[in-house]
Every structure is written in structure tokens, then in C-alpha cells.
Ligand binder design. Sequence first.
Ligand code: SF4
Length: 101
Amino acid sequence: MHSSGFDRRDFLKKLSAVCGGAFFIGLANSGNAEAEAKADKGLVNYRFAGCNDGRNCVHCRFFQPGSGDGCAAMMEATCKVVAGTISPMGYCDLFAATASE
Ligand code: SF4
């Protein structure tokens, strides 16, 4: 694993495993893995909330708070790699800790 806590190869392996591979062939060959496609929540075992040893969306490098302040920003949160709105306390198979964690 890289010192930033994010291993792009490991991430692509997880993504490929949950999506059957074909979906991410182009992604693996690109230089910008985070911007090209988003996975369906069901394919990555997304859960809206739950204890996951602190490995929740709010601590994930792919988490994107919504616009606005406080609760509004959290209620409209999205993910760089998973489609749709997400919860800060959610989690999925693609979790990757932020560099600071
Ligand atoms: S845990 Fe999954 S859904 Fe949550 S921010 Fe990370 S990649 Fe996105």
C-alpha cells in the first residue's frame, strides 16, 4: 500500500471483482480512475449506515459532501466512485481511507 493509504491497483481489483471486470476495462487503462465511471450501490454492497470499524464514507477518500452547510451538506453527499447520494455513515466494498487517516 502507498503511504497515502490509497493503493490504486487494489482499488481497481476490488472494483473489477464487484463489477465483473468488463465495466472497468477502460478505467484501468485510463489515467483518471476516479472521474470516469460510478458503480451501482448494489454491486459494491453499499450500506446506508452501520458500524464498520470507522471505515465509513465520511472517512473515505471518495466522499464528497454536498453544497451548503451542516446537515444539508451531509444529506446531499455523493461519492466519486459510487452512483447516487450517500450517507456520511454509509460504507461499501470500495472504502479507501483518506490520506490523513
Ligand atoms: S465507502 Fe464507498 S460509498 Fe462511501 S465514500 Fe467510500 S467508495 Fe464511496
